[in-house]
Design a protein around this ligand. Structure first.
Ligand SMILES: Cc1cc2nc3c(=O)[nH]c(=O)nc-3n(C[C@H](O)[C@H](O)[C@H](O)COP(=O)(O)OP(=O)(O)OC[C@H]3O[C@@H](n4cnc5c(N)ncnc54)[C@H](O)[C@@H]3O)c2cc1C
Length: 377
């Protein structure tokens, strides 16, 4: 059985490592093999970007060599896929090589699309890339007071990030002793301050306590860079001195270009995690079109289901388990405190008051990620 994994981020790496262990005897007997194709020889711990944006982590702390994270029985190539030919059970890479498979896993993630909004790229700081996070920190250091706006496009990965960056801004300006010279205004596209209702209910009094203003039903239309004004489709405007954006995301261009899903989101069975109409193609993480948060934690829980099912297909011919929509998000709440949201398709999260131990748990997880992505946690 030839198993091909396209994408070496959170989801792809956990699946590859789990499978390598579950199928150890089949790999030794040469009745199964695992190949991973990725676009980079480096693996980035993306949640660390938020800390880089506040000078609390250096960019080089976010990376490990992908090859060092993989079990030795996995064949790994840095050779991005260009064409998916699902009917022929083949992919072709940018270098021109063709890889045939029996089971395919697509784990290519997602990307920011700031250029969809006129002026957003030039007019705002975004911490969703390494360069963006470093630039944001430099701007924050120079900032002496005025209006700081947070604007959000949908969909985007890490739905908690808009709330977390707001708490972190409040903390940062407090620590610099200039919070009284800074107005922070949070803008959100729907009619409450977060897409997850219980997060909205929890965050509102926190924003009030911190003196953060908020405006809902604010969908970014354009940024007038010269005059420093962000305008919404609903007709309102905000005059900023510093604008922080979380732009709308799409799946990767290769998914769209191959016609696998509109805007790069692949139609995925919500329980089996197979691509609709293709039982031998699994989809994990951000690139699914599932109604779950685009987070590393969702990718992790999906990866466990997918690896268990692929291993059982190899061993007994059928899958054995289903994904229940599980997501677990830490929420950094400022003042060295954090809480968490734990939920699935059926059960919404029940948020508790933030506390210091959850913050230190999150800080530890920032290190434990490298164990987790090896499939050991
Ligand atoms: C600022 C920020 C904060 C975040 N905070 C959190 C958090 O607190 N908690 C949380 O759970 N999640 C968080 N996330 C989200 C989390 O990082 C992602 O949801 C997660 O990495 C998705 O995993 P994935 O495997 O789908 O994609 P990724 O991890 O992005 O991996 C995609 C892989 O595909 C490869 N690839 C791309 N194109 C090709 C191609 N053509 N051929 C082959 N390979 C390709 C890439 O090189 C990469 O290795 C955060 C993200 C950001 C940016």
């Amino acid at each position: 059985m030839r198993i091909l994994i396209v994408g070496g981020g959170t989801g792809g790496t956990i699946i590859a490592n789990n499978l390598a262990r579950r199928l150890d005897s089949e790999i030794r007997a040469r009745t199964a093999n695992i190949t991973m194709l990725s676009a980079s020889d480096l693996h980035m711990y993306q949640p660390g970007l938020l800390y880089v944006a506040f000078g609390q982590m250096m960019p080089d702390e976010l990376y490990r060599k992908q090859a060092t994270l993989l079990e030795s029985s996995i064949e790994f190539h840095v050779d991005p896929v260009d064409k998916f030919e699902l009917d022929r059970k083949e992919v072709t890479t940018k270098s021109g090589k063709t890889y045939a498979y029996d089971i395919l896993v697509i784990a290519t993630g997602s990307r920011v699309m700031p250029r969809k909004i006129p002026g957003l790229e030039e007019g705002s700081e975004t911490f969703y890339t390494e360069a963006g996070a470093v630039s944001m920190f430099k701007k924050l250091r120079e900032f002496e007071g005025g209006n700081v706006g947070i604007v959000v496009g949908v969909p985007h990965k890490c739905p908690i990030a808009p709330v977390e960056v707001t708490f972190s801004l409040h903390d940062y300006f407090n620590k610099r002793g200039i919070r009284d010279k800074v107005n922070i205004k949070y803008h959100y596209p729907i009619n409450r301050i977060h897409s997850i209702e219980n997060v909205a209910i929890w965050a509102k009094p926190e924003f009030d306590r911190m003196g953060v203003e908020y405006e809902t039903l604010f969908n970014i239309e354009e940024v007038d860079v010269e005059n420093k004004i962000v305008k919404s489709m609903e007709g309102s405007e905000y005059k900023y001195d510093l604008l922080i954006s979380i732009p709308e995301h799409h799946g990767m261009g290769v998914i769209e270009d191959n016609g696998l899903g509109k805007d790069g989101w692949i139609p995925t069975d919500r329980y089996q995690l197979t691509m609709e109409g293709h039982d031998n193609v699994y989809v994990v993480g951000d690139t699914t079109n599932l109604p779950v948060s685009k987070t590393g934690s969702a990718a992790h829980f999906e990866a466990e289901v997918i690896s268990e099912n692929i291993a059982s297909i190899v061993k007994i011919g059928v899958p054995v388990t289903e994904y229940d929509g599980k997501v677990y998000c830490f929420i950094e709440a400022g003042h060295d405190k954090a809480t968490y949201a734990n939920f699935n398709y059926e059960n919404p999260p029940d948020l508790r008051a933030a506390n210091k131990s959850m913050h230190w748990f999150k800080m530890s997880y920032n290190k434990m990620y490298w164990t987790s992505v090896r499939g050991l946690l």
